[in-house]
Design a protein around this ligand. Structure first.
Ligand code: HEC
Length: 136
């Protein structure tokens, strides 16, 4: 019994190690934890399809969409300017933006200090992948 438990533990470690090996920097987040992190965003953002804009724009389909491209939302001049560079939101740009919004888009209206912990951003992105309809 003891050795069975031991081999199960070894297997679990092997699985998680190979998971890490395959994953990119931001991957391997925990979507369940990410849903909790998203509570910090909920005062200002909805994620569901057709959800209302609040202080910030609805984030449905945000991934792979150009920056400042949600129709009908009045972005700051700073965010529009960033969008004019042709930059889009993906795991990379969101990972940077969410660490420190004011650094990635100087002058943005999004008054949120950022998520300093890399782990929180990974978890959040794992959640957003599905919640925003990017990964079904
Ligand atoms: C206090 C309100 C507030 C909070 C909290 C907040 N945001 Fe925002 N967010 C905004 C506003 C306002 C904008 C538009 C910024 C601009 O136009 O400069 C925005 C813009 C964005 C954008 C760019 C949208 C686009 O269409 O280009 C993303 C992505 C985003 N927020 C994600 C998040 C996430 C994820 C969180 C939580 C970690 C969060 N925000 C927390 C208010 C907020």
């Amino acid at each position: 019994m003891k050795s069975l438990l031991k081999s199960a533990a070894v297997l679990a470690i092997a699985v998680s190690v190979s998971g890490v090996a395959l994953a990119s920097e931001w991957e391997g987040g925990d979507a369940t934890k990410g849903a909790k992190v998203f509570k910090k965003c909920q005062a200002c953002h909805t994620v569901e399809e057709g959800g209302p804009d609040r202080v910030g724009p609805n984030l449905h389909n945000i991934m792979d969409r150009g920056i400042a491209k949600k129709e009908g939302y009045n972005y700051s001049a700073a965010m529009k300017k960033k969008g004019e560079t042709g930059a889009k939101w993906d795991e990379d740009t969101l990972f940077q933006y969410l660490e420190k919004p004011q650094a990635f888009v100087p002058g943005t209206n999004m008054s949120f200090p950022g998520l300093k912990k890399e782990e929180d951003r990974k978890d959040l992105l794992a959640y957003m992948e599905t919640a925003t309809g990017h990964k079904k």
